[in-house]
Design a protein around this ligand. Structure first.
Ligand code: HMG
Length: 417
């Protein structure tokens, strides 16, 4: 039997501050239900300049390595997937490599394609191990981003920030990935982009939703064909997507996952020659969404879009909530990066998943945050990126954190312990 490869351990880092979405809606003169129900958001992470992509990535990586129990000397590959890097040449991965004091004898680089960049890293790591090139070594893949659209823009309630670090190894303790069983979809579209020199993304919001739905259709169909060919799911008997215990989607806002799931079910029905009767199917999709998708949205609703890490934030929330009851079951994962490229893949929850996800201390990390007012959020949002000296929230301890502290001789400086 082929050795299993996948996600062995996970570490999460999020900003120390957040805003409440009902308060943001009221400040914008919007009915709160639009944000809480229409978008599915409860809280949104707010990063100050000291909590940049490097600082978040390094903290998540430190936590993932501690949770993994793996000797750092076994690391052979470090990849950071990000679309909010800090330099046109020097990768975030290089900063993280230095801040964590990782071994010199390893490959270190960034991957970029909007929110897909993290999955590009995960696939490179999995296939590096599967090819035999890893020669017993393991990989660290970090998905880290700051999602900014700007104050009073339609994208404002879909911002967020954070990092998810994944240790990819043989015999994984969290999720064994079905290597080689995936479907991809790419098109040259301008749904979302961030021109050089800009902190805020440009976005054609409603078009971007349509681009995502087009991509998930093609990617899902590609995965489904290979999954059936390889005998991972049965070819007949109900909708193919219902043979997955859970589905985690890229979550720019929680309601998008529901739209995606309706689309996947629509692909199944239409490809089986069944008519799409919107009223009947919307009701059935709502029930399916409640069981198969909603359990992965708890963390996303409290943090917001973290771009590359968003899919893995969903996975972390799902495993934190349900790993014990999902052991041995297959889940589907869909990664979407605007521009666009995407991939649908799957994996099986490992026997040790509940104990391993407990080591990520997710509830503790969320509980350490401080809720801030909308004026305080607005003040932080307009700070220049080189003004990191915002004090930590009153209840915070700096222990173990990293922080951008300024630029000296054109070089970014970090403090960390
Ligand atoms: P908008 O135009 O302000 O909102 O922008 P809307 O009018 O479309 O309303 C949103 C939802 O709220 C709708 O639900 C309304 O009906 C509902 P829907 O019909 O779509 O199901 N609504 C209400 N519900 C309850 N009570 C009410 C109420 N009022 C309205 N009173 C938009 C929304 C998402 C377009 C905007 O926030 C945006 O542009 N966001 C950024 C772009 C984005 O997130 N796109 C997602 C797909 S692209 C992607 O995922 C990639 C990305 O992560 C980047 C990357 O790859 O790097 C973004």
């Amino acid at each position: 039997m082929q050795a299993q490869i996948g996600i062995h351990a996970l570490g999460l880092a999020i900003p120390r501050r957040y805003v409440d979405m009902e308060a943001l809606a009221r400040a914008r003169g919007v009915e709160p239900a639009k944000y809480t129900q229409g978008l599915g958001a409860r809280e949104m992470a707010v990063a100050e300049p000291g909590e940049d992509t490097v600082a978040l990535a390094a903290l998540a990586a430190r936590r993932a390595l501690a949770a993994s129990g793996i000797d750092r000397e076994r690391l052979g590959l470090l990849i950071v997937g990000t679309e909010t890097g800090v330099d046109h040449s020097k990768p975030v991965a290089s900063f993280v490599h230095g801040l964590l004091g990782l071994p010199q004898a390893m490959r270190v680089y960034d991957t970029q394609h909007a929110c897909y960049g993290g999955t590009a890293g995960v696939m490179a790591a999995v296939e590096w191990i599967a090819s035999g090139a890893a020669d017993g070594r393991v990989a660290l893949v970090i998905c880290a981003d700051i999602a900014r659209y700007g104050l009073r823009t339609p994208g404002e309630p879909t911002q967020g920030a954070g990092a998810v670090a994944l240790v990819i190894a043989n015999d994984p303790a969290l999720l064994a990935i079905d290597v080689g069983v995936s479907g991809a979809a790419s098109s040259h579209v301008h749904d979302f982009w961030r021109p050089l020199g800009r902190r805020e993304a440009q976005v054609d919001g409603h078009y971007s939703v349509q681009c995502y739905l087009d991509a998930v259709s093609t990617a899902y169909r590609g995965w489904r064909r290979r999954a059936i060919d390889r005998g991972l799911i049965a070819a007949t008997g109900g909708l193919a997507s219902e043979r997955l215990a859970r589905l985690c989607y890229h979550v720019p806002f929680c309601r998008m996952a529901r739209k995606a799931h309706v689309q996947v079910r629509r692909c199944d029905l239409e490809d089986a020659g069944a008519p799409w009767e919107a009223e009947v199917e919307d009701a059935a999709a709502l029930v399916a969404h409640g069981v198969q998708v909603e359990p992965s949205l708890g963390l996303c609703a409290r943090i917001g879009n973290i771009y590359t890490g968003s899919l893995y934030l969903g996975l972390a929330g799902l495993l934190d909530a349900q790993a014990g009851s999902l052991v041995g079951q297959r889940i589907g994962l869909f990664s979407y990066g605007s521009g666009c490229t995407s991939e649908f893949f799957s994996g099986v929850v490992a026997p040790d998943a509940a104990a391993q996800i407990a080591a990520a201390n997710i509830a503790e990390i969320l509980a350490a945050r401080e809720r801030i007012t909308i004026p305080e959020y607005e003040r932080i949002m307009v700070l220049p990126p080189t003004a990191p000296l915002v004090p930590w929230p009153s209840n915070a301890s700096d222990a173990g954190d990293f922080r951008f502290v300024g630029v000296s001789n054109h070089q970014r400086q970090y403090a960390g312990r």
